[in-house]
Design a protein around this ligand. Sequence first.
Ligand code: NAD
Length: 337
Amino acid sequence: MEGYCMIKVAFFDTKPYDKIYFDSLKEEYGIEIEYFESKLSPRTAVMAKGAKAVIAFVNDEVGKETISVLKENGVEIIAMRCAGYNNVDLAAAKDVMPVVRVPEYSPHAVAEHALALLLTLVRKTHKAYIRTRDFNFSLNGFVGFDLHGKTLGVIGTGKIGMAFIEICRGIGMNVIAYDPYPSQGFLEYVPLEELFARSDVISLHCPLTSETYHIINNYSLKMMKDKVFILNTSRGALIDSEALIDGIKSGKVGGAGLDVYEEESEFFYEDFSESILKDDVLSRLIMMPNVLITSHQAFLTHEALKRIAEITLGNIRDYFDGQPLDNEIVAKKKIII
Ligand code: NAD
């Protein structure tokens, strides 16, 4: 673009849908992009040589070694094209290079996906779809329940949590919530133990931190109602997967809708349909009839992808234009993993 000095950027873990949105906007921001399909890691960071910025995603390894290789190769800024940043070593990046992110692109995209998981599990439409395609019109095994009048417990009442609450209130659910930083005056906040005990459906919308790691575990599951439904569209390691499997086997958990999985980085976004999945925990979860797994796709809407591209490119442009970095990540608490 006229008047702009072009900035060279290395883009990691590229998928075809990323390119559509970033390519449509890059010239407007004076940015030249080299796309790599590889994930960013200590081994691949050297591919960024010649670029001034890198664009990374949720399952890239943005640890100390990666940051050091990026720095050696002339990279000045890391732009995460996502909201969560538990995969970034902020302590290692401090004083080396800024890390920016997209704090909000479409909380509705994620909240609506959480609803899709919930409704599918409760009304078994995923099974009905397969059954009717086989001309089997039997309803046996399809009895669901009304969500109207049930209690939803939301952990984390930020942007996505609140969007999900708004939707669920619309279908007549009673909502209770837990957040150590409550900010919504018109919500019934309760201690975590009470939320576990009272909820028919629990939905996780908090970040992954040292405090929230395995917030769903054997101990917390014991406090829950029998046949509780658990939704996780946040980060996989909020749930101890082995404990969840035990909960499902014992009947404590009535259903689980998971868009994230604690060991997802090796598998999600890739096609393993021609191979044997080497993760037994993930395989067991997938095979359970009342578990629905999607591969970290809650963000994947046209609106969200467009906003992600705009904000990410804007963050990089601001840095090179010497503008304040409104979306810089400043660590408030220890982020793990
Ligand atoms: P946000 O920052 O607006 O809200 C997070 C909320 O969690 C805040 O209100 C915060 O106070 C609360 N919180 C912090 N520590 C907590 C704790 N110990 N217990 C309970 N609550 C706690 O973030 P957001 O935009 O609503 O996103 C929420 C999470 O969703 C992100 O951290 C990210 O991991 C995940 N996410 C997933 C996808 C996806 O595609 N599946 C997309 C975007 C975001």
